[in-house]
Design a protein. Structure first.
Length: 351
């Protein structure tokens, strides 16, 4: 999960109850027909929309945030029934469905689902469209400074070019994303469960660490690239859009070997005490005008066909072509094979 701008503290509406610490929700959630307990990745919504929702419906939103899919998952496991709406990524939705952690949606309460483009339905994590409504999507790629990087940037190989060693390269401080780059570089699937392939990707990333001395960041990449403190960085596409809005000289590319195309979607955790109100909030956020406001704020790609038509032509041109996306893969839940990645990541980070 991605995927959010680092904008600092936001003014809080009196209509919205915000958790004071990331990952801290409302532990005393009881049935309340006038409330939705919403747990979301940090700064991954225009919070003005939540105030607007309350004003229009009278339903309050108790809003709190987490940093990663894994933190959200553990919170739901430890406090079932505490939340009514969450926005996980594709592989985590797949995992939660397998573990009976999400409710089937009543689409009678979500008529705006008609605006979701068919391209973003029947995806691998929810093949029958029973549990989720797409929220945002994007890719991962490389953002670079063409004043420093003068050769064409077409391949992940550029991140191993010793010309840019000495902390001029930033990698994701994120296990699946970074190991995926190593796998893509070698022509393997980013969902590989072949120990030899994972070992080969690990070797590549250890070699990069030893020869390039890269930095490992998540949010910090934005300020580093905007301020010209690095030449190349791996980024999620929405972060790239934000960075380039602040420093238009920078460029973003999806390497020719392929990449990850990710999807985040709205789901209702099992045991929700305010399911119908959560579905009303999903419907509200899927309204084309509201969705457009949210897309403008977040900077990621929209699965909403009506919202897409409202975008400026320049923004539409920034969406990857079908040919590029056909080379990209969606992360899947690895199940017990995730331990192969845990071990590889530990090896990379400790070398």
């Amino acid at each position: 999960m991605k995927k959010f701008k680092l904008l600092g503290a936001l003014a809080l509406s009196s209509l919205i109850s915000i958790g004071l610490l990331s990952g801290c929700g409302s532990s005393n959630n009881t049935a309340d027909n006038g409330t939705v307990y919403f747990y979301n990745c940090g700064d991954y919504i225009d919070e003005d929309l939540l105030a607007k929702f309350t004003k229009e419906t009278g339903i309050k939103v108790d809003y709190s945030t987490y940093d990663t899919n894994e933190i959200m998952y553990q919170k739901l496991k430890s406090t079932p029934g505490s939340y009514d709406l969450v926005i996980p990524s594709d592989y985590m939705i797949e995992k939660m469905i397998k573990e009976d952690m999400v409710e089937k949606l009543d689409f009678n309460n979500i008529p705006n689902y008609e605006y979701i483009d068919d391209t973003y339905k029947n995806l691998s994590y929810d093949p029958n469209n029973e549990y989720s409504v797409p929220y945002m999507w994007g890719t991962i790629g490389i953002i670079y400074d063409p004043a420093v990087v003068t050769e064409p940037v077409t391949s992940w190989d550029i991140l191993w070019n010793t010309k840019y060693s000495g902390k001029q390269v930033i990698m994701f401080d994120s296990m699946r994303d970074t190991i995926a780059i190593g796998l893509d570089k070698l022509g393997y699937s980013i969902n590989s469960t072949n120990p030899d392939e994972i070992a080969a990707a690990t070797d590549e990333l250890v070699k990069q660490k030893q020869t390039m001395d890269p930095l490992y960041y998540v949010d910090e990449v934005k300020d580093k690239m905007i301020n010209g403190e690095a030449a190349l960085a791996t980024v999620w596409s929405g972060d790239a859009a934000y960075i380039m809005s602040e420093n238009p000289e920078l460029k973003y590319v999806i390497p020719e070997e392929g990449s990850n195309k990710w999807f985040d979607a709205m789901v209702i955790p099992k045991g929700s005490k305010n399911k119908e109100n959560a579905e009303k909030l999903i419907n509200f956020l899927t309204d084309p005008e509201n969705s457009k406001q949210n897309v403008d704020y977040i900077g990621y790609s929209t699965p909403n066909k009506a919202t897409y038509e409202m975008l400026d032509d320049e923004v539409k041109k920034s969406y990857p072509s079908k040919d590029v996306l056909d080379k990209c893969e969606i992360f899947v839940d690895l199940g017990d094979n995730l331990k192969l990645y845990d071990d590889a990541w530990m090896n990379i980070k400790t070398k």
